[in-house]
Write a protein that binds this ligand. Structure first.
Ligand code: NAI
Ligand code: MG
Length: 359
């Protein structure tokens, strides 16, 4: 079976880290005998916008829906296209139209990378944030009245549906069940947000009845953020609504060091539509063009993509490969953001060689 993958580098360092993501993918495919068909596309970038006046071709949905997954770099070049135009015109279209209702981010302290939290070692921080990606607090229900007058009123409603909540909870429980610790933490705020959040808690408890082996706890979002910093070792899988998950999925990876290594997945678990895998970082205009961007966020995203496509052992091998290269700590190989003098390509090649050379 051949996996068909759409490859979209996007803008800035997206174009520099993507070749290393592809190199790792091809190394893994060769090493483990997986058939991959990689199809590159130049749309969903600001260069495409400059030429065509839009971020995507009119038939993008028809083109991309045929793929098994989308491998994405980064979008954004604020000098030429405003960020809300480039983001809404590309990534957010994919997330919505392909119903990628899970946003998944691993938060894991890697060897050789210093956590901004004091005295934390690899193994101390190793959890996932599962964010609801389609509804909740980010709704378009609401409006303004009496604009510009003393009576000005503004309302934006949180929208939580049983369908939308239960499916993200199910995914989170399944993930927790598949991990050794079998622990799920729910982000709530049922003391202050006294209608939707007690209901969210009820749905967490209800879904939990199907997963008796998973230990569940919950924290209000305010103390939960504090505990991410003070006790990151408490967590295994953390599930959250769209807003809370947005905050936690930036805070979690931040606790593990550089943004350059963090990956993310936007998943449609049923596979009705392709899921999308991308580094957490953006196009980094400040370092773009210099060939020094860290490619590990892109490479780790490739590992998540292969796991989603059913190749768990290959995913593990890719992660082991970059962990081994990081652990060696060769300054000539590592990129400057993690204390080295190497380049995107040097680090990418070292990781690909390690993938192929693994026993
Ligand atoms: P950014 O993530 O591009 O950069 C933030 C800082 O981290 C910069 O100093 C950058 O040099 C550094 N950095 C990022 N990735 C790195 C890597 N791989 N290696 C070494 N250093 C790295 O975020 P920023 O500057 O806020 O946004 C720049 C553009 O990217 C904007 O147009 C923004 O809209 C877009 N963006 C796109 C995202 C996406 O495609 N999912 C996510 C975040 C921002
Ligand atoms: Mg965010």
């Amino acid at each position: 079976m051949t996996h068909r993958i759409a490859v979209i580098p996007g803008d800035g360092i997206g174009k520099e880290v993507m070749p290393e993501g592809v190199r790792a993918l091809q190394a893994a495919a060769e090493r483990f005998g997986i058939a991959l068909e990689l199809a590159p596309f130049d749309f969903a970038s600001c260069d495409y916008y400059a030429e065509h006046g839009q971020m995507l071709p009119d038939d993008w949905f028809e083109i991309l829906k045929e793929f098994d997954a989308i491998f994405y770099g980064a979008v954004g070049w604020p000098e030429t296209v405003p960020d809300h135009v480039s983001l809404w015109g590309s990534l957010l279209q994919f997330r919505r139209r392909f119903d990628q209702y899970i946003n998944l981010r691993p938060c894991r302290l890697l060897p050789g990378i210093k956590s901004p939290l004091a005295n934390r070692q690899p193994g101390d921080i190793d959890f996932y944030v599962v964010r609801e990606n389609t509804e909740g607090e980010y709704s378009s229900v609401g409006g303004r009245m009496f604009e510009g007058t003393e009576r000005e009123v503004v309302i934006q409603e949180t929208v939580m549906t049983r369908h939308g909540t239960d499916r993200v909870l199910k995914f989170a429980y399944e993930l927790a069940q598949s991990r050794p610790r079998r622990k799920l933490t729910s982000a709530t705020k049922s003391n202050g947000i006294a209608i939707t959040m007690p209901w969210w808690d009820e749905r967490v408890a209800e879904m939990g009845r199907h997963y008796p082996e998973v230990a569940v706890d919950q924290f209000h979002i305010d103390i939960l953020t504090a505990n991410f910093v003070m006790h990151p070792d408490w967590f295994d899988v953390v599930v959250a609504s769209n807003l809370f998950g947005d905050i936690l999925s930036d805070l979690g990876p931040a606790c593990t060091g550089t943004i350059g290594v963090a990956p993310s997945a936007n998943i449609n678990p049923e596979g009705t539509f392709p899921s999308l895998f991308e580094p957490v970082h953006g196009s980094a205009p400040d370092i773009a063009g210099r060939g020094i961007a860290n490619p590990i966020g892109q490479i780790w995203s490739a590992a998540m993509m292969l796991e989603h496509l059913g190749h768990q052992e290959v995913s593990v091998a890719i992660v082991a490969a970059f962990e081994a290269v990081l652990a060696e700590g060769d300054e000539g190989v590592l990129t400057p953001d993690i204390g080295g003098r190497g380049t995107t390509e040097i680090l990418g090649r070292a990781i690909a060689e390690r993938i192929i050379g693994q026993v």
